[in-house]
Design a protein around this ligand. Structure first.
Ligand code: PLP
Length: 397
């Protein structure tokens, strides 16, 4: 017996419950078609929504920046880690989101984990959607504020929580804008109104929506601003990542100049973490330029997603409340999810099964992440293959 024996027992328990995750074979690069187990397979597992992760222009910018400015930054941005390109990129981000200022973080997981505890503390309250991303949940846990979790997108439940709790010093409402598993949008207009009415801060994480939603690719806030001109100013804290549609890596926050100054002082994941390599900043700059100059990427992506969703509905697939490039297929159980995922993989389609703890057991799903690089032929093949796989599995509930 040793002090680590519990690990074997825990792993065995996960395996018995069909919940053991194993690492997939490593890939050479992110793309719509990748090599897996020595075979070519169509990849619906990535968040490379605009097909930029292997774009030559990003790679070129990163390479040039590395040659000019070296690789590691060797210190926190507050000490001596900041590069010129970081400064320029923060300005570009602020312009892009039409805020006064912006701040880069190592990742957007780190942004959420550091920013939320910098906004609220003892005597304050947080109101979060139950389906918020893990990084938001962890940020809330790290804050010493009282946590209130409201049922998914349930505005009435949120309002009654806000009504019942007027005694706090500061209040923060926090939500994903585009939910990462079900692919649905948060009711941001209503959230903006509640924030205004109850004098709460509103923080919105656009990780899956930056570059995809909105006329200029700013995200779901921009998308709903078309019908609600006050929304942009009602969202006080806007989180995003370069790691998904933008094809690079790194997180960021946009907001007022004093807020950004406060976060640079107090967000521990900013203060105590090394600045990102200049290469990432340089590639991020190009990615934001491409969001502006190549709007057809996001337009065709959302059009393809709509068409695919309709086709799946005709075949009676349950795509939950998806309204985006993230399309879940609910199967009803972790076991069925993993079986379907494996059958797809055997037939040349990589679509990961998502199960607890990422989702509740009965909401286990196959997650399809569409990208601008998926062709119509690939999507037709996906639907045919899904039909074939389900046919050999027997009826779904
Ligand atoms: C993916 C995701 C993150 C984490 O982004 P990274 O930059 O990869 O750390 C944060 N928030 C949400 C809502 C996400 O979906």
């Amino acid at each position: 017996m040793g002090p680590l024996d519990w690990v074997d027992e825990e792993l065995a328990q996960l395996k018995r419950a069909d919940l053991l995750r194993t690492l997939p074979p490593p890939l050479r690069a992110a793309a719509a078609v990748v090599e897996l187990d020595g075979r070519r397979i169509i990849n619906f597992a990535s968040n490379d929504y605009l097909g930029l992760a292997s774009d030559k222009r990003l790679i070129e910018a990163a390479t040039r920046a590395t040659r000019d400015q070296g690789l590691g930054r060797a210190a926190s941005p507050l000490v001596c880690g900041r590069a010129e390109v970081h400064d320029a990129l923060e300005q570009q981000l602020a312009n892009f989101q039409r805020t006064e200022a912006a701040l880069l973080f190592p990742t957007s997981f780190a942004a959420n984990a550091g920013i939320i505890p910098a906004l609220v503390d003892r005597g304050d309250a947080i109101y979060g959607d139950e389906k918020n991303h893990a990084s938001i949940i962890d940020g809330c846990r790290l804050a010493r504020a009282q946590r209130h979790i409201y049922p998914h997108v349930d505005i009435n439940a949120l309002e009654s929580l806000l009504q019942k709790s007027q005694k706090y010093r500061r209040r923060l409402i926090v939500t994903d804008s585009l939910f990462s598993m079900d692919g649905d949008l948060a009711p941001l207009s209503q959230l903006g109104q509640l924030a205004e009415q109850y004098d709460a801060m509103l923080m919105v994480d656009e990780a899956h929506a930056i570059g995809v939603f909105g006329e200029h690719g700013r995200g779901v806030v921009e998308h709903f601003s078309q019908t609600d001109p006050q929304l942009e100013q009602r969202v006080h804290i806007r989180i995003g990542t370069f790691a998904k549609a933008l094809g690079v890596a790194g997180g960021f926050v946009c907001g007022t100049a004093p807020l950004i100054k406060w976060l640079a002082n107090r967000a521990r994941t900013y203060v105590f973490s090394t600045a990102q390599p200049a290469a990432l900043g340089a590639a991020g700059t190009v990615a934001l330029d491409l969001v502006a100059s190549e709007p057809q990427r996001r337009k065709s992506l959302l059009k393809k997603a709509d068409a695919l969703r309709q086709q799946l509905h005709r075949h009676n697939w349950n795509t939950a409340p998806s309204a985006s490039q993230i399309i879940p297929l609910r199967t009803g159980s972790p076991a069925r999810t993993m079986r379907l995922s494996q059958m797809l993989r055997d037939r040349g389609i990589w679509a990961p099964g998502i199960r607890p703890p990422s989702v509740p057991e009965d909401e286990s799903l196959i997650r399809l992440g569409l990208t601008a690089a998926h062709t119509d032929q690939m999507l037709d093949f996906l639907v045919t293959t899904l039909q074939e796989a389900r046919g050999s599995m027997g009826p779904f509930p």
